[in-house]
Design a protein around this ligand. Structure first.
Ligand SMILES: [Zn+2]
Length: 163
């Protein structure tokens, strides 16, 4: 059996998320965040790929529709298709950049399921390595070092295919 990932800082995040102003997905989709704060990896026509600021593991990405929609069933066909296709490219970029041994993909619907931002649906892409559950306390340091996140963002942008 594979042990579930334990990422205690996410509890703090989920507690705070309700009090945050605005929606990070909408901000990244609109491009209103400064480069020093943006975790955008790719902006598509109908969806965006952004790095998770409170990752379960290094390179933890999220793919979300550009439209602020909270219902999984409410995704338009074009949004669902683009989210799927961007996820395929994102897995390639993560493979090329970090070479993880596997991935967990999933939708967290509702706060009880771990969704930090429950009213803008998003697909999680979580790279996995053998033994990463034990490695989590080390990775946890990444969250307090924003430059690491920006470096990861830049590496994934570089790995993203153009054209
Ligand atoms: Zn939103």
């Amino acid at each position: 059996m594979t042990k579930p990932l334990w990422a205690p800082w996410r509890l703090e995040y989920i507690k705070q998320a309700d009090e945050l102003d605005g929606c990070v997905f909408c901000e990244e989709a609109a491009g209103t965040l400064p480069e020093s704060e943006s975790l955008l990896v790719h902006r598509g026509d109908a969806a965006v790929v952004i790095l998770n600021k409170y990752p379960y593991s290094s390179g933890h990405l999220m793919v979300a529709p550009r439209r602020h929609v909270g219902s999984f069933a409410g995704l338009a066909d074009q949004e669902a298709l683009e989210i799927h296709r961007l996820a395929v490219v994102a897995l390639d970029a993560l493979d090329a950049t970090y070479g993880p041994q596997g991935f967990n993909l999933g939708w967290n619907l509702g706060h009880i399921a771990g969704a930090g931002i429950a009213d803008h649906v998003h697909l999680h892409l979580v790279p996995r390595w053998s033994g990463d559950t034990n490695f989590m306390p080390v990775i946890a340091d990444v969250k307090v070092l924003p430059e690491h996140l920006l470096e990861t963002r830049n590496r994934l942008r570089d790995a993203w295919p153009t054209g």
